[in-house]
Design a protein around this ligand. Structure first.
Ligand SMILES: [Zn+2]
Length: 273
């Protein structure tokens, strides 16, 4: 599942390829994931003839600014991606939307799981989940003090709080594991039990882990927009392997419908404490 670092770099790459191009034609290849808000107007009619002004990212959304207040907002969820290449692209079964551009290239929204969504809207506030997003994790205004103040409003286990996107946007299961390992904090600690020092460590780890991942992914992703490259993960999906800090085997807990990997020595705690 793409998270903030992946989508940040994909937005940069796609922006270099498509900004300034006009959408000559649009076609929905498979229904269900493409919808226009608020009224369900024919999305292709809204898209045709639009210029791509900018490609950006907010939380785990990719945003194409189509000018005149119109947006294409992509929520890739587990497996959505935007393919780009010369038109006609080799058609894949799970391509849902095709945009043919004025320079003879094509963007296709591809999704092997079909769980993502593509919205065409004049109001991003109508996009489900968009208004719930917290600040961007690397935004300059998210200072340590601002983070501490925001964290006071949250209850529950720190990993769940990090991944829900309301405290800080764009963090998913994989980077939450990496951030909490970096901070040396047990993933299931309750926010209310965290000391000020631990909260500050989490803040610094959010910044260090995510900015490091963006830099690494810029190298790995190159000019591709549709391959999910995973940056270096120190604990996530490394169950049983030696902890890179202390050497003890990485633990894994499957709970709340997802996998959490961590080091019991470097991130001490218990589900009952
Ligand atoms: Zn360790």
């Amino acid at each position: 599942m793409p998270e903030m670092p992946d989508l940040e770099v994909i937005a940069e790459v796609l922006g270099r390829k498509v900004v300034g191009r006009r959408i000559a034609s649009a076609k929905v290849l498979r229904p269900l994931v493409v919808r226009s808000l608020p009224d369900g107007a024919e999305p292709c009619a809204l898209l045709a003839g639009r210029d791509v002004r900018e490609v950006s990212r907010r939380g785990k959304f990719l945003l194409l600014d189509l000018g005149d207040g119109l947006w294409l907002a992509v929520n890739p969820m587990l497996a959505g991606s935007l393919r780009h290449g010369s038109h006609p692209l080799k058609r894949l079964t799970r391509d849902y939307l095709s945009l043919v551009l004025s320079d003879g290239t094509e963007i296709a929204y591809h999704d092997t799981e079909g769980l993502g969504k593509v919205y065409v809207t004049r109001s991003l506030d109508l996009v489900p989940g968009y208004t719930d997003l917290g600040p961007e994790p690397l935004a300059p205004e998210l200072t340590a003090e601002a983070f501490l103040a925001r964290l006071k409003g949250f209850r529950g286990e720190i990993k769940g709080v990090l991944t829900r996107g309301a405290l800080v946007a764009g963090i998913g299961n994989a980077y939450a594991d990496e951030i909490l390992f970096d901070a040396g904090v047990y993933p299931f600690r309750r926010v209310s039990q965290l000391s000020r020092e631990e909260r500050l460590r989490i803040f610094r780890s959010i910044q260090d882990v995510l900015s490091g991942a963006v830099a690494e992914l810029r190298e790995l992703i190159g000019e591709e927009t549709d391959a999910l490259h995973r940056g270096t993960m120190r604990v996530h999906l490394h169950k049983g392997e030696p902890c890179p800090r202390c050497g003890q085997a990485i633990s894994e807990i499957a709970a709340r419908g997802r996998i959490t990997d961590f080091c019991r020595a470097c991130q001490p705690g218990s589900l009952f404490g």
